[in-house]
Design a protein around this ligand. Sequence first.
Ligand code: C2E
Ligand code: MG
Ligand code: MG
Length: 652
Amino acid sequence: MRFDKLLRIGFPALCVTLTLFLGANASSLYRAQADYLHKDQLERSVLIDALGFNTKTLVKLIARYGALKSPEDAAEARQTYETLVTAFETWPSDAYSEIVGPSDYIQQKLINIVYASNRVEPYLDALDDQTSVSNALIILQGIESSLEQINQMVTEEAGAQMAAARNTFHFHQIVQDVLVVAFLLASLGWIWFANRRSQMLQRQLDTSREQTDLLEHRLNHDSVTGLINYRIFAETVRSAHEKLSDGQTLSILNIDLESRLPAINKFSLATEEAILTSTADLLRHAVDRMEGENCLARSGGKGFLLMTISDEDLGLTASVIAKRIHDIFLRPVPTTVGSFLISPAIGYADSSTVERDAADIIRNADLAVSNAVSYSRRRVVTYEPAMRAEMERRTIVENALARAIEANECLPHFQPQFNLMTGRIFGVEALARWYHSELGWISPSEFIPIAERNGDIVSLGWKILETSCSEVQLLPVDLSLSVNLSVAQILSDDVVAMLDECLGRTGLPASRLKLEVTETTLMSDLRRIQTTLSELRSLGIGISLDDFGVGYSALSYLTEFDWDEIKIDRSFATKAVKDKKLRDILKMVLGIAETMGSQVLIEGIETVEQRDVLVDIGCTIGQGYLFGGPMAIDDITTLFFSDHSRSTLAGL
Ligand code: C2E
Ligand code: MG
Ligand code: MG
């Protein structure tokens, strides 16, 4: 760069310097040329004048008069003489002195010539005398000879000066040539440099243009799939929505991979990217074959967004497209790292709803997919206006939860647990309850998942545990206490110490406490959780497997740990009445539990019929609305001692 700068300044500076030199040298050259031409002329004038000084003519005229005595010759001789004398007398002042220069020798010669010429005059007056003729001729011949000498000297000097002038002229010519060549070279260099520089600038411009394009591409596209990103998608939808004509419908589909592929979070980044890339390719392929105007994009999370615009007569409704997309994933998706069965959740909405804004349609599809992910067992969900109200409620709940936990607004209620054979309460399960000033009672099924998502579940869990331990410890009877433990709590490093401290603080004996964990909890990190549960068990706390038989149920979980209790999900209580197969499974589970030394508790017993069927199978303990729902601790005491409690059970 420094070299460039040097050239950028150096070349023009060199050219300017050379131009100045050229100009200066040109004027020297002209001067030298003028000198040269001037000397030439002088040389010639000296010669002409010298010849003009026709001494010889005078000599000839005098000699002829001496011989022939012709008066014309005498007159002509006199006239010539006068001219000569006049010329001689004017010598010191005119150009001759300049010609002869400051040479003393020549000056002396000229003085002698003037003197000698004056001596001729008396002889001219006496030309009839032969001696005068001879004397005049002798003096004139002397003058002639002196003039010849001067002429020769002047000529030689003029020649020398001419030669010097010629040399100077040649020198300046050469300098001029050299300067011209140098100037040309410098100019060529400058042109070359300027050209090189402009090429370099062009290259830099091209590179920066490429980089700008690349940056723009990165800004607008997802780096994994190459699809446009959410921002560009939203802009595309907005402009398409503005141009939407009558009879056209704009549909938005939100295709979410994350929720329906729980294991995606356990994949390595490379696997996850391979799955996303292949899914994007599949979708791209499907969209390419789709009628109407389409736009596929990567959503903010692990999913995709699709916009379609279709005319009424095409019949390509959002639900048809959703079905098509759904069907693509019925087969495993081949990726570079193997094939995966992906069942994305699909939520969709279209422009036929009351929302007139493009952003609202995208949000509706978003709501629909959230619904599919969190609250619905269906994979494809269409937007319904109620979802908006749900979402608003969810937002209120989300925003108020942390403060509610802090303000002890979330407190435990207790659901009694009964011995189905004796009809006596033997324990209670603590279930969180939250009374919101505007929304009223909020179910844990609503706020527990929110607390789990935002991390509030840990503080909530410890508060429920601490409060329920203190309250149950104060009961006048020795009932056992079951408390639900979230995965985040179990995975906390200090879970064992926390529980130990809690028991110490509240005074509840460890043997009265049971902690309930679900199968999904175990799935997050089986080995670690097994270790923690063993440590808790060694404190004397009972460990219960909650909601067995629901969701990802696997018999293997029964044997993964020495459960003190297995709680059968409430769906069994309902279905067992009519379903013999289910009753058989239940019997089998009872058998396994007996072998393992675990007690089995049936949840959700709502009717006497259900209770009887379950007792028939061999179930001995249970909980459910038949005996009592979650209630305040005082109500538990009342229930325990009330006749109602006993009369309910008297029907056994
Ligand atoms: P869960 O631990 O399986 O609790 C049993 C749920 O079944 C309770 O719902 C209870 O009210 C309900 N239930 C009891 N008997 C019947 C019945 O006869 N029929 C029907 N249909 N339902 C019955 P709840 O209180 O809404 O709690 C829902 C879930 O929220 C709980 O399921 C538990 O997983 C979670 N949860 C509640 N409190 C806490 C807590 O303090 N910590 C944690 N981590 N989770 C909690
Ligand atoms: Mg429970
Ligand atoms: Mg349960």
